[in-house]
Design a protein around this ligand. Structure first.
Ligand code: WTA
Length: 650
């Protein structure tokens, strides 16, 4: 890499990057002093601060109380009535945004579609009427299992319009994963597509839904959006084509006036047990914080072409592809496919052709770009870019510097945004016109957000010391509970550290008050920015007839951040070989999805356990990382197990 020396020399400098003065001059928040003032005001009166931000939305009826807090249950803007689809669409129609592009979409196969706010409003209204015609009512659940096409955003906004709660299931999940999610929240309708394109191949989504729906007793109808045109099975009475149903309904569908706490969506995410958690987000608070953070973090302006590369199946796609940007009246760019199809310069080619101004992606993608080589971005004119962002995992300073120099040409601020499915919107992030950035840190919490790094007993740690990342005051877009399981909600987030929300991440705060996120401290692994519970993968492995017991841990991986390492003991008489490894990988892909396939599988006679029978994951993590096992092993039930694993390692 020819620029390597330049990067290294910068690395040895004091790596603080103040916002470029021209950027700051035009930004929504223009200086660090302004940020600090806002932060202090909000800290004095968080409810007052958020009420001010909520004024940016359209309310059918104003709230009576900003916040009702009965730890750990929050209600925001109580008594208020609004509709998110109205906020994302209708209110722009009386402004100059009416004929502005809301969505510009590019398929992997090259076609481009532009949808104005007026057109999007019409499509959403029609599809809302389709849902109604299938008997979907306010409060019902609808599952969406689709490729990255504008129709997915249409379906989400249509649900929001009539008050149906959507659950988007990432297109990489298997039939079993769909079944579990759909049944957990009793969806009535599934919206899917015949397929989508990824790296030149068709992903046949409807086939997967067909397999799942056999075991989903509550599902009465399946709506199929035609994306690829390939042959699929349609069961009469149950399955309907999107384009046929939309022809039969009215184009007018008034937005329901919904309570501020009306459930907007459930998004399943991995936790520390085998069963995914249904994170519940509601309406008024969620939209308030996504709108505010989209505006101040991405510094959204009417002229921007904003591209967040996340799949809509993850929370980033919900908050920062669909709801936040559209409610701000932004032009959102969407791309269906893979970053290296047909060639590794696809993203840079897109940025050049569409004149993207704001680009938000994951560190794992940046590490892949680095590996593919800087010749790909260097071939393209990227001068339209003015702001870059990252999300999903800690960004290593080397990747940050490459992003800054090769993509941003040293001119674009980088916003490293820390947040979670549970937080709903960004919590810790630089403000691009205000916060001096340092590679590798998400910097400071946003105004209205109170975070800290503490010990297990909740005592703040000193500067530079590691501890648990916690949130100390309720925030508007926080999860309200886990769907149907208040007890698990309390247990998972509010029991570890008394009186605080525990995020599951380790962190330290430096002497400038900047937060450095150190990664998960629970049994969750972050593979390419996607959360996977070790217990989930373990139970998938154990469900294979050859497997007696399994332990799954993360190990560092240069590209993916973390890779999945599985230690497996077999049923009596079975021997481990490469064929069985392949079979186990395929089995996990079938149970959960290809994203959960273990990278390494190691067969062992027994797993190291404490006397109380707990698997000693720390030891396995060290083994999986190729390191030596250090520290206290006196609680090991059978030291010879460790010896055996070590021998196998050598
Ligand atoms: C990690 C994604 C470091 C973290 C929005 C968190 C990050 C988990 C960052 C949530 C960041 C997210 N720096 N780590 N900027 N952003 N994480 O629910 O471990 O898919 O707990 O939400 O990703 O992942 P989730």
């Amino acid at each position: 890499m020819s620029d390597q020396t330049a990067i290294e020399s910068v690395l040895t400098e004091e790596r603080v990057f103040p916002p470029p003065p021209e950027f700051a001059a035009n930004a929504h928040i223009k200086s660090f002093e302004e940020y600090e003032k806002l932060y202090a005001e909000a800290a004095d009166d968080p409810a007052g601060f958020w009420a001010k931000q909520a004024e940016a939305l359209h309310w059918f009826k104003k709230w009576d109380t900003v916040l009702k807090w009965k730890e750990p249950f929050a209600e925001w803007f109580v008594g208020g009535k609004l509709n998110i689809s109205y906020n994302c669409l209708d209110r722009h129609l009386t402004t100059s945004r009416k004929n502005k592009a809301a969505i510009i979409w590019e398929g992997e196969t090259g076609e481009i579609k532009t949808i104005t706010y007026l057109q999007l409003h019409q499509e959403v209204s029609r599809f809302a009427n389709v849902l109604k015609s299938l008997g979907v009512k306010t409060g019902d659940r609808v599952a969406l299992y689709m490729p990255l096409v504008p129709a997915l955003a249409v379906a989400m906004l249509a649900c929001a319009r009539i008050g149906a709660t959507h659950t988007v299931i990432f297109g990489g999940f298997s039939a079993d994963a769909i079944r579990d999610r759909v049944n957990d929240c009793q969806c009535k309708v599934i919206v899917t597509a015949d397929g989508g394109y990824r790296r030149g191949s068709e992903i046949r989504l409807k086939d997967v839904v067909d397999e799942a729906v056999e075991h989903c007793p509550d599902v009465t109808d399946v709506v199929v959006y035609q994306r690829t045109g390939s042959q699929i099975k349609m069961r009469p009475g149950r399955d309907h084509w999107w384009h046929e149903l939309t022809k039969t309904v009215d184009a007018d569908c008034p937005a329901e006036e919904l309570d501020s706490e009306h459930p907007l969506y459930i998004l399943y995410t991995s936790g520390t047990t085998g069963k995914p958690k249904g994170i519940l987000h509601t309406t008024g608070g969620y939209l308030t914080q996504t709108v505010y953070t989209s505006k101040v973090i991405f510094d959204l302006k009417d002229e921007d072409i904003y591209w967040c590369t996340a799949d809509i199946g993850w929370v980033t796609g919900h908050s920062y592809v669909v709801y936040g940007p559209l409610a701000n009246g932004a032009t959102v760019f969407m791309y269906e496919g893979a970053p290296n199809h047909p060639a590794p310069d696809r993203f840079w080619d897109i940025i050049e052709r569409h004149k993207i101004t704001i680009f938000y992606t994951a560190p794992t993608a940046i590490r892949a770009f680095i590996k593919w080589g800087e010749q790909h971005p260097l071939k393209h004119d990227l001068t339209s870019l003015r702001l870059l962002g990252t999300v999903g995992e800690p960004i290593n300073p080397e990747a940050w510097m490459w992003y800054h120099q090769i993509i941003g040409k040293g001119n674009c601020p980088i916003v490293d945004t820390w947040w979670q499915t549970e937080t709903g919107s960004a919590m810790i992030s630089p403000l691009p016109g205000a916060t001096p950035t340092v590679p590798g840190t998400a910097t400071r919490p946003l105004p209205g957000i109170v975070v800290d790094v503490v010990t297990k007993s909740g005592k703040p740690v000193g500067p530079g010391e590691g501890g648990y990342l916690v949130i100390k005051h309720p925030w508007p877009s926080m999860l309200r509970t886990l769907w149907g399981d208040d007890e698990r909600y309390k247990q998972a987030y509010w029991s570890e550290i008394p009186g605080m929300y525990f995020a599951g991440d380790g962190a330290r705060r430096d002497k400038h008050g900047y937060f450095w996120i150190m990664g998960r401290v629970d049994d969750v692994i972050n593979v390419s920015g996607h959360r996977l519970g070790t217990a989930e993968i373990e139970s998938a492995l154990v469900s294979h007839e050859a497997v007696a017991e399994a332990a799954v841990v993360g190990r560092p991986d240069e590209l993916k951040g973390q890779a999945i390492a599985a230690f497996v003991t077999l049923e009596g008489g079975r021997t481990g070989n490469d064929e069985l490894k392949d079979a186990l990988r395929t089995h996990v892909a079938h149970e959960i999805g290809a994203l959960a396939k273990p990278d390494d599988i190691r067969f062992t006679d027994a797993l190291p356990k404490t006397r109380s029978g707990k698997i000693m994951r720390r030891l396995l993590r060290e083994l999986a990382s190729g390191g030596h096992v250090a520290g206290d092993v006196t609680t090991l039930e059978d030291l010879s197990v460790l010896e055996k694993l070590r021998e196998d390692e050598e």
